[in-house]
Design a protein around this ligand. Structure first.
Ligand code: FAD
Length: 464
């Protein structure tokens, strides 16, 4: 059986290693930090733990609407941090448990560096080992990008990793960066009661335009200060915290102050210490250059996930690239449709999407039909008191192909997968409409939106 070495036990690496072991390969998984990588320890899972707490807190604040009397609820950040650590630890132990369950999968705790294209040296706490293999999968992930401008490393200027470890609630927080990570933290801390100011280019620029417009007005209603089109240029220490100096494209200046600053301007591939140059693996600004099938410039070395130059930095992109790759290495046909990638944004409310936005379709000159169903027309959403938002489906004019699904509202990040299943299996709107959805469920919003495409949504008023 082939021997495969996987470097990095994030979602890309550990899932690839487990699947390779299931297929009978002799596998070595090397990790220098904690199993689960960024995702489980300092990314997806800890942020979603905080998101859940923020969601619960919002509900608690509204409890009287539901006939529950609670006096003076407050956030205890020490307990919040403990909860976050508990969840991350539990997930980390879960990965260790899964990995250990395969006798043909060896887990080595240490830092890998290539000696040549068939050998890595692993530096462990108690010395070094050399591991040789037929194939190598690099899944070394990414790190937060810290810009070089003045003041960007001052005390109180935090990356997402450091903000996750906070054990007190700051009075105010400036978030630099209006992408998913920045806006998730902005939304969470806004719900916690911190005064949040964000600045960056477009707010959640990759999402559906109608949704981003609506969520910005909701954020503003909840007291968030949003400054679009600004680029931070300098940070200075002040008496009460930090002052961020920013400018827009027209040269207009902006100064905002906060007790803390979150730097969320992106993440860069992490390949330090792997000796990629030494063995001829091509890189571009630290990211590994790959061609179809996750191939690097060295035949038996592959790369997946965040460490790949230009890759979409999502946990499920990393893991599914790894799963398809391992099938290929083991001589099987990969079966996952990597073209259809859903994306989840855990703001309050949630935003989810799969496929193209209306803005993209217009830009690409693709004709489409759209249909929408509001959560306010759904019994379960009304009973939950979460009626803001909608499900939007975009399809070709003949309704044979779904082009995009956008969900804004309760459980958007789960509901979007109906769209993902439809798109990855080439289902038409008529195919979708064959299915009975149970009542009363939030899922009915998706059914109604897909019925609406054919003018058949029962719970949409007749406007003809
Ligand atoms: P990583 O998870 O970064 O794992 C790489 C691993 O390789 C690390 O454990 C590292 O220690 C190890 N490593 C590196 N070099 C070596 C070496 N030389 N030897 C041994 N080990 C090495 N994505 C989502 O899909 N959904 C989300 O909700 C989401 N939320 C996020 C929130 C935050 C705050 C952040 C920071 C990220 C979030 N992401 C989210 C992104 C997601 O975490 C990453 O896309 C994902 O972790 C990438 O997986 P990976 O396996 O490529 O790399």
């Amino acid at each position: 059986m082939p021997k495969i070495v996987v470097i990095g036990a994030g979602p890309g690496g550990y899932e690839a290693a487990i699947r390779a072991a299931q297929l009978g390969a002799d596998v070595v998984l090397i990790e220098k930090g904690r199993a689960g990588g960024t995702c489980l320890n300092i990314g997806c899972i800890p942020t979603k733990t905080l998101w859940k707490i923020a969601e619960l807190y919002d509900q608690v604040k509204e409890s009287s609407t539901f006939g529950i009397n609670l006096e003076n609820p407050s956030i205890d950040m020490k307990a919040v941090r403990e909860r976050k650590d508990y969840v991350a630890d539990r997930m980390n132990q879960g990965v260790n448990f899964l990995v250990e369950s395969y006798p043909n999968l060896e887990y080595i705790q240490g830092t890998a560096s290539f000696k040549d294209e068939k050998t890595v040296i692993v530096k462990k706490e108690d010395g070094e080992v050399e591991v040789t293999a037929d194939s190598f999968i690099i899944a070394s992930g990414s790190i937060a990008l810290v810009p070089g401008f003045e003041g960007s490393t001052l005390d109180g200027v935090l990356t997402s990793t450091e903000l996750l470890d906070l054990d007190y609630l700051p009075k105010s927080l400036v978030v630099i960066g209006t992408g998913v990570i920045g806006m998730e933290f902005a939304s969470i801390y806004n719900s916690f009661g911190t005064e949040v100011t964000v600045l960056g280019s477009e707010v959640l620029g990759a999402s559906d335009g109608e949704i981003t417009k609506r969520i910005q007005s909701l954020f503003k209603q909840k007291g968030m200060n949003i400054n679009k089109g600004y680029r931070a240029e300098k940070i200075e220490k002040t008496e009460n915290g930090l002052k961020v100096f920013a400018k827009n494209k027209k040269g207009k200046e902006l100064e905002v102050e906060g007790e803390l600053v979150l730097m969320a301007i992106g993440r860069i591939p992490y390949t330090e210490g792997l000796n990629l140059e030494g063995i001829g693996v091509e890189t571009d600004r630290g990211g590994i250059v790959t061609s179809e099938g996750c191939k690097t410039s060295v035949p038996n070395i592959y790369a997946i996930g965040d460490c790949v130059a230009g890759n979409t930095q999502l946990a499920h992109v990393a893991s599914n690239q790894g799963l398809n790759l391992v099938e290929t290495i083991m001589g099987n046909k990969p079966h996952i449709n990597e073209e259809v990638v859903p994306a989840a944004t855990f703001t309050l409310p949630e935003i989810a999407q799969v496929g193209k936005t209306e803005e993209q379709l217009k830009e690409e000159g693709i004709e489409y039909d759209k249909s929408k169903f509001l959560f306010s027309g759904n019994g379960k959403a009304v009973s939950m008191g979460e009626t803001d938002g909608f499900v939007k489906i975009l399809a070709t004019k003949d309704h044979k192909k779904i082009l995009g699904v956008h969900v804004f509202g309760p459980h958007a990040n789960d509901l979007v997968h109906y769209g993902a299943i439809a798109m990855s299996n080439d289902l038409s709107v008529a195919d979708l409409n064959k299915t009975i959805f149970a009542h009363p469920t939030l899922a009915e919003t998706f059914m109604e939106a897909s019925h609406a495409m054919l003018g058949a949504s029962i719970h949409t008023a007749n406007t003809k």
